[in-house]
Design a protein around this ligand. Sequence first.
Ligand SMILES: [Zn+2]
Length: 154
Amino acid sequence: MQPRMQTLSLLRASEPLWFHEVRTVLKYLWAFPTTAVGLLFVPLAIMTRGQWQVVGNVIEINGGAVQWFLRACVPIAGGASAMTLGHVVLGTDRHTLDRTREHERVHVRQVERWGPLFIPAYFLAGAWQWFRGRNPYRDNPFERAAREETQPRT
Ligand SMILES: [Zn+2]
C-alpha cells in the first residue's frame, strides 16, 4: 500500500475529530477537581519568587514556597522532588521538572482516568501497602505503574 493510502485508511479507522475534541474536554473536566488543588499553588509560587511554565498541556511550577512544601510537607523521607496534581506539576526546581517530566506525565494520565478519585485512591493504595508492611510510596501501585511505564525497554 502506498503511504498516502495508509494515511487515508488510518483516518477512516480512527474516531471523528469532534468525538476526539469532546473526549478531550471531558478528560480535563474530570481531572479538574485535582487540577484545582494544584492551581492553588500557582499564586503561592509567584508570590514567593517561584517560577511557572506551560509544557504541553501541563502547568509546571517550581521554587519558592513550592520547593519548601515538597521538601518539608510531603511525608516521604527527604521530601518529594515533584508532585502531580491534575494538569499541574510541582517541582523543587526546573532541572528536577525536566528530569521527572516523563514520570509525572504518567501521573497526569492517571488523574485523567481517575478524576476526582485520584487523590483518595492514591492515599488509600499507599495506606494499604503500609498496612501490609510495605513501603506506602515505593510500593504504591500508582508509583509502580509510573516506573514501569517509564523504564527503558531492553
Ligand atoms: Zn510518582
